[in-house]
Design a protein around this ligand. Sequence first.
Ligand code: PAF
Length: 279
Amino acid sequence: MKVIKTVSELQKIAFKHLKNGDEIGLVPTMGALHQGHESLILKSKKNDDVTIVSIFVNPAQFGPNEDYLKYPRPTTKDLQLCKKNHVDYVFMPTLNEMFPNNHKTFVEVPDLQNIMCGKFRPTHFRGVATVVVKLLNISYACNAYFGMKDFQQFKLIETIVKDLNFKTKVISCPIVREKSGLAISSRNLYLSTQEKEISSKISKILKEALRDFKNKNLSYLKKTTVNKLNKIPHIKIDYVDIVNFKDLSFADKDTKKAVLAVAVWIGKTRLIDNIIMTK
Ligand code: PAF
């Protein structure tokens, strides 16, 4: 496994692989790797000739009062996880390598970046879109892997790749959950034992909504989900939305495939989760 720190080196190596006819898989991450990331790596190892994991805590996707400085950076553990899973290259650029002072270009998808999480994190998806486009160009990825926990992020990248004619295939991987049902996330590291325990109720509430999707109307479903979530101690809801799977527009009675997506605060930790519901 080779650790690469510069854009030019990764581009050189990736281009060589491409010329040899190798299929390149990219797993973009911000580190603090967990079983969710591991599932993306394993999928790439299965599909691709070469697997690249990028580890870059991207300041462009954090708001001014968010946790950029506090975000966990357990580099040694992350590299061990990559090595254990036979990753070929780990790309770990510095901030200046990815965003030198003269960086001026940003990628925006207004329809998808100002709804749901975007309402509460106005610059977040512009930062995600920009860094992912850069990573795709640097790695020459044939396939790029994203977890479905951040469903809005997945849809955003899928849309960019389609609209801007990237050759990369965007591949989604299911949410990986703890035994309790809690969606695994790097930010779970912030939760106390008690907060972790109560956070597991979120996925149970989503599952109950899934059960009701066929028989109850959407406003009932949303209202009961909000009411149940509000019973969790120390919770503050950012949003509960039921959107079309296809394009994140609000779902209505004719929607056959919807996503119930939530973002909540448990104490000082912001958690997101969702469930796909089909009729
Ligand atoms: O999902 C993440 O970890 C990040 O948003 C990503 C895709 C690596 C971009 O920084």
